[in-house]
Design a protein around this ligand. Structure first.
Ligand code: NZQ
Ligand code: ZN
Length: 386
């Protein structure tokens, strides 16, 4: 097990009616708040009114910026930074899913920087300060509610890039599973797939003696799979919604990666897909992850056979190749069962931009750590996914 420092400082306020506490929590950090949200789901569900009332009760000034799109855009982030600077805003409240939270994080680092915020994403400039942010989560998926990174798409060239710093971790995340009852099944399924991918990016490591987190990873994937299937048939199943939500946070809080080197090649490739084609991140992962697995499984047959066994109950036989491939097939079948595409052709993506995506994904260095991948490898993986 590798040495590590683990510090996830986000306070989780979980459970029924927890959104009623948003004003009280916000007041600890700021008096003038940027309320950031997406395309209107929070107005339709009634959450918007509850948040406004709670903030008003604490006499907090509110300035709003709505319109965050899935795969959040740099232009809105720049607008948010301007708004924050001009109005002396001291806290950002993100109400929504991963896209809203990521947009809020990007505004929070850009507001404390006197040059262009894209420097953090493109040039790797170190993040030295960030405005505090808080979250009311409505979509369990990206894990951004406690993660230390954000992912933004620059419309100029359709680059989807991330910027990371522990300064981005939200001060608090309010998580009421009931707020996810209104999710369309497709978003619930995409969210669960993103969670599973976050666990697998950590599970497929070359580190050997990490039995504790290996087993946490396996259990987390099983719970996500069981819970999402129930949620898709029974929208209002509180127990399954709650398990899914909490598993999604821990899939990406950092705990499952402790003591090991994580991979992240599949996310790197997927970000090119959702950056260029604007598909849902979880759907892109349902396509790319099985292709990546088929490409690299021979690197560690024991690990892939163990995955097949512990996640799907497939008996490990003498032929580890066969067991590994059965596990990958079952994962693909699972994604299809919950209504997601598993091939690029299903989302109308042709081979046209394989080269461009591979160049972009590997522009600065090879990607992945389980197996390091260069441009040709990425093209091979995209071909396995077509
Ligand atoms: O915009 P609104 O109207 O709110 O609608 C959203 C959006 O259309 C809707 N929605 C959210 N909660 C709802 C709801 N509809 C009904 N009822 C609710 N309760 O769902 C749609 C998708 O929302 P979005 O925020 O885009 O989804 P998600 O949470 O999956 O976030 C995806 C983004 O997160 C990034 C992805 O790349 C993608 O851009 N990621 C961020 C990470 C991080 N910061 O740590 C890690 C991840 O790997 C990921 O890359
Ligand atoms: Zn993800």
């Amino acid at each position: 097990m590798k040495n590590f420092i683990y510090n996830n400082s986000t306070i989780i306020i979980f459970g029924k009616d927890s959104e009623q506490k948003v004003g009280f929590e916000t007041k600890k950090y700021g008096k003038k708040v940027l309320l950031h949200y997406g395309g209107g789901s929070i107005k339709r569900s009634g959450l918007y009114d509850k948040v406004i009332n709670s903030l008003k009760k604490e006499e907090i000034d509110v300035i709003e910026l709505s319109g965050v799109k899935p795969n959040p855009r740099l232009s809105l982030v720049r607008e948010g930074i301007k708004l924050v600077k001009e109005n002396n805003i001291d806290f950002i409240l993100a109400v929504g899913g991963g896209s809203v939270i990521d947009s809020a994080k990007a505004i929070s680092i850009g507001a404390m920087y006197d040059k262009d915020v894209w420097d953090f994403f493109d040039k790797g400039v170190e993040i030295k300060a960030a405005l505090p942010i808080g979250v009311v989560l409505t979509l369990p998926a990206a894990g951004s509610e406690t993660s230390h990174s954000c992912v933004i798409t620059n419309e100029d060239g359709w680059y989807k890039r991330s910027a990371a710093s522990i300064l981005e971790r939200p001060k608090f995340a309010i998580m009421n599973p009931e707020l996810t009852y209104t999710l369309p099944n497709y978003q619930t399924a995409c969210g669960a797939t993103d969670m599973i991918a976050h666990v697998m990016e950590r599970y497929f490591t070359n580190e050997k003696n990490v039995e504790y987190t290996d087993q946490l990873c396996e259990a987390t994937i099983r719970v996500i799979m069981d819970s999402v299937k129930i949620c898709l048939n029974d929208n209002h199943n509180y127990a399954s919604r709650a398990n899914l939500m909490w598993a999604g946070t821990n899939a990406h809080s950092g705990i499952l990666g402790t003591g090991r080197i994580e991979d992240w090649a599949s996310h790197g490739i997927e970000h090119e897909l959702s950056g260029i084609y604007d598909i849902t991140h979880g759907a892109g992962l349902a396509i790319i992850f099985p292709a990546w697995m088929k490409y690299v499984y021979k690197h560690d047959l024991e690990r892939f056979a163990r995955f097949a066994n512990t996640v799907f109950g497939i008996k490990i036989n003498n032929d580890l190749h066969e067991t590994s491939l059965q596990g990958i097939k079952r994962l693909e079948d699972f994604f299809a069962e919950i209504g997601l595409p598993t091939k690029l052709s299903e989302v109308n993506i042709s081979t046209d931009k394989f080269e461009e995506m591979a160049i972009k994904a590997t522009k600065n260095h090879k990607i992945g750590n389980f197996v390091k991948l260069g441009k040709e490898d990425v093209i091979n993986i995209l071909n396995l996914a077509k």
